[in-house]
Design a protein around this ligand. Structure first.
Ligand code: NAG
Ligand code: NAG
Ligand code: NAG
Ligand code: NAG
Ligand code: NAG
Ligand code: NAG
Ligand code: NAG
Ligand code: NAG
Ligand code: NAG
Length: 456
């Protein structure tokens, strides 16, 4: 790992907490209900059917390299679809990753998580049996490395925003398997730049990343950045506390300033923050935070964080339980709109459903971490020759979307973190420290800017 030294001094301590040993994420006595086997078969059938529908008719728009084929390999291995996996492997072997087959630019973030992450995950899940997966990842990353074209450049060109920190996970694995530290150095250079760039409050990334963020939120735009601060600490096994501490700082600020409950139903959520304005809104994407806080809270051995994560998992499930289809909307607000809000404690501002996994993923974490089968929530989608999105989750008559997202085929939760003991005894320094100047700005004085309730 990159050593952080001189410039990265911790100067501000938000709290002095004692060091506690990391806990296992999963309860020791987790048992499966008798219906589990039936559900498992049903889920495998959903995958098999939707992948068959994809194979019969598809859009290959991520540079024409077959993103779904590559991204779904991990799922095929986990579900035991060996024949499908071998076909994907043949596909991967024959892709020329040095040339885009479409007119589109190469999106650094999507390419890294879908192609590089897909190939390296399959490499790991098959016990490192197929080196071609590393070779092809290397070809692709070597090609992308030109995004860091100038030696002093910290943020690569491309579709760049704070999510780029996520690349550190996949890219550092590539360094591990190729023995070439250059890949980690390149991605760390930009991760650390974002980590240290002045943000609006402790742990939050700056809105001045390119393209500028609309708001600071646990939803789209910065979700993956925040998610991977703690996952990078967990997966990299780094002794550098920068990542876990910055994650804890972001969680701590969010609890202090942005944790709210709806006036109807007392549903907990983390609001968005936009230049001094608190927006009382939530999203399907932001619901990942419940699982992420459960995971991170366990790693920091901090029950406060785990318990808030569990509450938010419940709130997010409420957005499913409240609709006509039993599926939750894309975006919603926690303010009174006199009708829907009065019954459900939120109202729908974006009614579509594009097969996002975050709410179910958080329930999965909640179940693994507590063993409470109330969190074992399954959806049985109606079959549509594949599985479709919805135009309006609260109006069945509004119909289906004639498209299946590639992420329907991806089992989007890193299974190994549940069973494996934490890689380290302690995550983070125990002090929620933020680098000097992280949240200084012209209008802000003092450690945490006063955040005033906005107009909503
Ligand atoms: C399982 O373990 C948890 C503690 O991790 C405990 O609270 C719970 O009572 C146990 N449940 C059973 C059925 O043993
Ligand atoms: C899944 O499990 C639930 C109970 O946890 C059961 O009610 C349901 O029928 C199962 N579904 C399938 C498809 O087996
Ligand atoms: C998967 O679907 C194919 C048809 O596309 C079928 O032949 C095969 O039996 C299915 N496999 C399983 C395990 O259900
Ligand atoms: C490591 O990868 C970089 C970037 O592709 C390359 O320029 C360099 O030659 C590689 N180093 C070794 C020792 O192979
Ligand atoms: C890179 O940074 C170094 C040290 O700050 C500086 O001397 C050099 O001119 C810079 N190079 C370019 C290409 O900007
Ligand atoms: C790659 O990144 C993804 C995040 O999209 C993560 O889930 C996966 O575990 C990573 N895989 C490897 C091999 O680093
Ligand atoms: C990676 O960065 C470290 C720390 O800055 C440096 O010592 C090392 O030489 C770099 N390695 C490569 C291959 O660039
Ligand atoms: C757990 O995290 C919360 C939120 O950041 C913090 O207030 C509390 O002091 C932490 N508890 C311990 C024991 O570190
Ligand atoms: C309140 O929410 C419902 C359900 O989302 C919506 O149909 C209605 O238009 C909203 N009412 C107002 C006044 O915005």
């Amino acid at each position: 790992m990159v050593q952080l030294s001189e410039p990265f001094k911790w100067t501000l301590l938000l709290c002095t907490c004692s060091l506690s040993l990391a806990g296992p994420v999963q309860v020791p006595n987790l048992t499966l209900p008798p219906t589990a086997a039936g559900n498992q078969t049903a889920v495998k059938n959903i995958f098999n059917q939707s992948y068959a529908a994809y194979s019969a008719s598809f859009i290959d728009d991520r540079n024409g390299w077959g993103a779904t084929i590559v991204d779904a390999m991990g799922t095929m291995i986990l579900m035991g679809f060996d024949d499908l996996f071998i076909k994907s492997l043949e596909w991967v072997t024959n892709v020329d990753f040095t040339e885009s087959k479409t007119a589109a630019n190469v999106d650094l973030f999507e390419t890294t998580i879908r192609y590089v992450g897909g190939m390296l995950s399959a490499y790991e899940l098959t016990g490192k049996k197929y080196p071609i997966l590393v070779q092809q990842s290397q070809t692709l990353v070597d090609k992308m490395a030109f995004a860091w074209s100038s030696p002093n450049q910290t943020i690569p060109y491309g579709m760049i925003n704070s999510r780029t920190t996520l690349q550190s996970i996949n890219v550092s694995r590539l360094s591990l398997y190729t023995g070439n530290q250059t890949y980690t150095n390149l991605s760390m250079k930009n991760s650390i730049h974002i980590l240290l760039f002045p943000g609006p409050f402790p742990g939050a990334p700056s809105k001045r990343s390119a393209p500028p963020l609309k708001a600071n939120t646990w939803g789209g735009g910065t979700d993956s950045y925040l998610e991977y601060l703690i996952k990078y600490a967990r997966i990299s096994n780094t002794d550098d506390n920068l990542f876990a501490d910055t994650w804890h700082a972001a969680v701590d600020s969010s609890i202090k300033e942005l944790l709210k409950t709806s006036t109807v139903g007392n549903h907990a959520y983390i609001a968005d923050w936009n230049d001094g304005t608190i927006a009382l809104e939530g999203s399907h994407l932001a619901c990942f935070l419940a699982g992420n806080w459960i995971l991170g809270g366990k790693l920091l051995n901090n029950d406060t964080i785990v318990n808030i994560g569990l509450e938010i998992a419940d709130s997010c499930w409420n957005t499913y339980a409240s609709t006509e289809t039993g599926i939750g909307p894309e975006t919603f607000q926690f303010i009174d709109n006199e009708s829907f809000y009065g019954k459900h404690g939120f109202w729908i501002t974006g009614s579509d459903y594009i097969q996002r996994p975050e709410v179910l993923e958080s329930n999965f974490y909640a179940w693994r971490a507590t063993g409470d089968t109330n969190f074992q929530k399954y959806l049985v989608a109606s079959e549509t020759n594949g599985y479709a999105g919805l135009n309006d989750v609260n109006n069945i008559a509004a119909g289906l979307q004639d498209v299946t997202e590639s992420f329907l085929d991806v089992f989007n939760t890193e299974g190994q973190v549940f069973k494996a003991p934490p890689a380290k005894a302690v995550y983070g320094s125990g002090n929620i420290a933020v680098p000097a100047g992280t949240f200084t700005s012209k209008t802000v004085t003092g450690p945490v800017p006063a955040i005033s309730p906005g107009p909503l």
